[in-house]
Design a protein around this ligand. Structure first.
Ligand SMILES: NC(=O)c1ccc[n+]([C@@H]2O[C@H](COP(=O)([O-])OP(=O)(O)OC[C@H]3O[C@@H](n4cnc5c(N)ncnc54)[C@H](O)[C@@H]3O)[C@@H](O)[C@H]2O)c1
Length: 363
């Protein structure tokens, strides 16, 4: 097990444990678990039995005040109503400011449970236990919590760091191939925006990771999680531009997810959003043809299935892109690339180019 402490502000340190088959987490982080008067495990109702069994090991032995809360599957969990239902459950069962929420699941579970933890009694401790590849390299880390609103992604949310993030790649043993491939969409993002050493590690392990190889998955999770947590420590609240590069592929990606009504896995949407960002980078002459080809080949290696569920509605795509919260008041805002490891923000991409980017994303 690799264990990290990240100071995200003068008053707050986030702990992270990364590895495989990590034993007795409650004993290793005793102050956090034994200081809690009650613990609630939150997970998805469609979680496989093996996930639940492993997650139950996160309860300290012999504790009586343990509760379970099931969320609807995937994006259906990310609503204000579900956040309210979880808060009401905690209140009905006497949870206090000294209680602990343990969120074990994909990004939808950690986003929703983290959000509820941030508003219940103005904030209680939570432990993020991402159980998908995408969650372990990205969604379960960094303290951004959210629900979807009005058919758009992550419109209401908070920054609320988990006291501890546990990325145990043994959870990934039950993950279907489609979810591994979805995670690889975010992995390609890191390979494109990150430094050369990170890119080399990820490209070396990517093919085996997508086929479920345990060593490759653990190496990828460790490299990406460490990179993301270091960025977050420098720009926790996404204010200086350092953290913003993690949005690469997400402006178009979030619009595609909305156009698919929740039926396009997040990582696949990001991979398609990266296609759009690469085309915009090339057409605005920021990215030369050789680098475009090299970067595009990384996406091709994912062999994405056809985007069957995405509505071919350019007007709605354009509207969603401009309503994305990352636009910050501009017409739209994308992270583009000048080359591998050289991301930068660009605003007000013209409609004709958005049309090209949309077509490319749907290929
Ligand atoms: N907060 C952030 O910084 C951040 C970053 C990236 C993505 N996200 C969010 O994360 C969400 C996507 O997360 P995701 O890709 O994990 O999808 P998900 O949460 O929808 O989970 C996908 C499916 O995998 C199943 N599952 C989870 N763990 C499993 C396991 N170990 N074995 C078998 N099945 C398992 C789930 O039950 C679900 O059906 C999106 O809502 C996205 O917006 C958040």
């Amino acid at each position: 097990m690799k264990s990290f402490n990240f100071k995200v502000s003068t008053s707050r340190t986030v702990k992270a444990a990364l590895g495989r088959d990590m034993d007795n987490i409650p004993a290793q982080f005793q102050a956090l678990f034994s200081g809690a008067d009650k613990i609630c495990l939150v997970t998805g109702s469609d979680a496989p039995p093996s996930l639940r069994a492993r997650a139950l090991r996160l309860f300290p032995e012999g504790r009586t005040s343990q509760f379970y809360f099931w969320l609807p599957p995937s994006e259906k969990a990310k609503t204000l109503e579900e956040a309210g239902r979880l808060c009401a459950f905690l209140f009905d069962h006497g949870f206090s400011r000294n209680s602990l929420i343990v969120a074990a699941g994909g990004g939808a579970v950690t986003d929703l449970a983290g959000f509820a933890a941030s508003i219940y009694m103005r904030g209680v401790n939570w432990v993020s236990v991402p159980t998908t590849f995408l969650g372990q390299i990205d969604a379960g880390l960094g303290g951004k919590t959210a629900v979807n609103l009005g058919g758009a992604k992550n419109i209401a949310g908070t920054f609320h760091q988990p006291a501890l993030a546990v990325c145990d790649t043994a959870f990934l043993d039950s993950l279907p191939h489609a979810e591994l491939r979805s995670g690889a969409g975010e992995l390609v993002k890191y390979a494109m925006i990150g430094p050369a050493a990170l890119r080399a590690t990820l490209l070396k392990h990517l093919p085996k990771a997508v086929s479920g190889d345990k060593t490759a998955l653990t190496a990828c999770v460790s490299a990406c999680a460490e990179y993301k947590l270091k960025l977050v420590a420098k720009d926790e609240r996404d204010e200086t531009g350092l953290r913003e590069v993690l949005n690469f592929g997400h402006t178009a990606g979030h619009a595609l997810e909305a156009l698919a009504g929740g039926r396009l896995p997040h990582g696949e949407a990001v991979a398609r959003g990266i296609r759009a960002a690469l085309v915009i980078s090339r057409e605005t002459r920021c990215l030369d043809a050789a680098n475009f080809k090299k970067l595009y080949a990384m996406l091709d290696s994912l062999r994405l299935p056809p985007a069957r569920h995405v509505r071919r509605d350019l007007a709605r795509f354009t509207a969603l892109v401009s309503k994305d919260k990352k636009a910050r008041g501009a017409g739209n805002r994308f992270i583009l690339l000048e080359g591998p490891g050289r991301p930068f923000p660009a605003e007000n991409i013209k409609p004709a180019l958005l049309k090209k980017a949309f077509a490319e994303a749907l290929k």
